[in-house]
Write a protein of this length. Structure first.
Length: 402
């Protein structure tokens, strides 16, 4: 049997050697001076070796305790080495590890805003409560518990987003062979429904004309004024507008190409520019064209204007958040274009909404740019008519309606 003294005095030799204790345990001394505890055992007719740690981190007393624990497992027909390996693999496949893998895989296909939201949901909610859990142990009730915390704070939409993101991560685990099935499928109907809130928007032609005239009289910062004038002409999402970069524009071709990294759906988007939009942009180019952003922040040209700049400008013009918001220019265009008889597919394509039918989406992107150019010019002419006289103009013919 070994003693602390004999273990402590074990010195390296030119060749590795063993110092035996009892019940199959021995100290393995390497030429580099490492002193490693090992247990030799037999199970299911095979001889195996189990690592018990190294000295002095694991003392002789502790090594014997680990040996006895292993022998108890062997007596029950459990291979301690296989059990240790399974536990190590389970620890490696935690929700946090797999979630990080999933985010890295999707990073190039997410806009910065979408990525930020996903990380917030993961870090502040899912991983905060479940991150250290092995993926195979996570049940539907665990995800529901996190969502209930959000519901209790009135964050119903975030609760649904959390369930959806958890599902995507867990399905990735299924696809990579680390989980049998996605348990979030069992949560359908378990969360409180979200009341759909539409963005406030002005859609009445006479009121649109009044809004456009008010925008023309805006007395704030020139870049903000340009953003207000451009917003109804291009009707992109507010985040896509405020972070627009001059490198994305070809004014000679009257075209704005937004890279997929900045789009909600992760796909590049083309915005045909009307003559009115190009005019706004050429005037703005003389002011901010030397920088990166069309609409730089007043505090630093290295950043664009904030999320709230357009909404704050609308408030200065006297429009409350119940009347009009920056996102409302999209609803305005969608409503009016549909009422004017433009094909719904054309409108949805220009709004950059997701097309569920991939074949149809490919056709739309490839074949309908010319039609969209015509629609965008007609839309700007329509707005110009409303602004000029308050009269409604037929968007297809350009003639004033009686």
């Amino acid at each position: 049997m070994l003693t602390e003294a004999t273990v402590r005095s074990a010195k390296p030799a030119p060749k590795a050697y063993k110092r035996f204790d009892e019940k199959g345990m021995f100290l393995f001394v390497t030429p580099t001076g490492s002193r490693l505890w090992r247990l030799k055992y037999r199970i299911h007719g095979k001889e195996k070796l189990l690592a018990l740690g190294s000295y002095p981190e694991v003392s002789l007393k502790r090594a014997r305790e680990k040996r006895d624990d292993a022998r108890s497992l062997i007596a029950d027909g459990i291979d301690p080495a296989a059990k240790k390996r399974a536990e190590r693999e389970a620890t490696a496949d935690t929700l946090a590890v797999i979630a990080d893998e999933y985010i890295e895989l999707r990073r190039e296909h997410m806009s910065a805003r979408t990525l930020s939201k996903a990380r917030w949901i993961l870090d502040d909610w899912l991983l905060k409560y479940l991150g250290s859990r092995p993926i195979a142990t996570i049940k539907a009730a665990d995800i529901l518990s996190v969502c209930r915390r959000l519901e209790s704070r009135g964050k119903l939409e975030t609760a649904h987003r959390t369930r959806a993101l958890a599902g995507r991560v867990l399905r990735y685990a299924v696809a990579t062979g680390r989980l049998e099935r996605d348990p979030t499928a069992d949560l359908r109907g378990a969360l409180a429904p979200v009341t759909v809130r539409h963005h406030s928007a002005i859609t009445d032609p006479q009121q649109i004309g009044e809004l456009l005239r008010a925008i023309d009289e805006y007395q704030g910062q020139p870049a903000t004024a340009a953003a207000l004038r451009l917003a109804p002409l291009v009707f992109v999402r507010p985040g896509e507008l405020r972070a627009a970069e001059w490198s994305e524009f070809d004014l000679d071709k009257a075209e704005w190409r937004i890279p997929g990294a900045r789009m909600k759906m992760g796909e590049p988007h083309i915005v045909p520019l009307s003559t009115q939009a190009v005019e706004v942009l050429r005037k703005l180019q003389a002011i901010t064209g030397d920088g990166k952003f069309l609409f730089p922040s007043l505090r630093s040209a290295a950043r664009c204007i904030s999320d709230n700049t357009i909404n704050a400008a609308l408030r200065r013009l006297g429009y409350s958040k119940e009347q009009m918001v920056g996102h409302g220019f999209r609803s305005m265009a969608s409503t009016c274009l549909n009422e004017q008889g433009w094909h719904p597919d054309l409108i949805e394509l220009q709004l950059a909404h997701a097309e569920r039918n991939k074949v149809r989406a490919a056709y739309n992107r490839a074949e309908r740019l010319a039609e969209r150019r015509k629609m965008m010019q007609g839309w700007s002419d329509y707005l110009e008519g409303l602004k000029a006289s308050g009269q409604v103009v037929d968007i297809n013919t350009g003639k004033r309606c009686a």
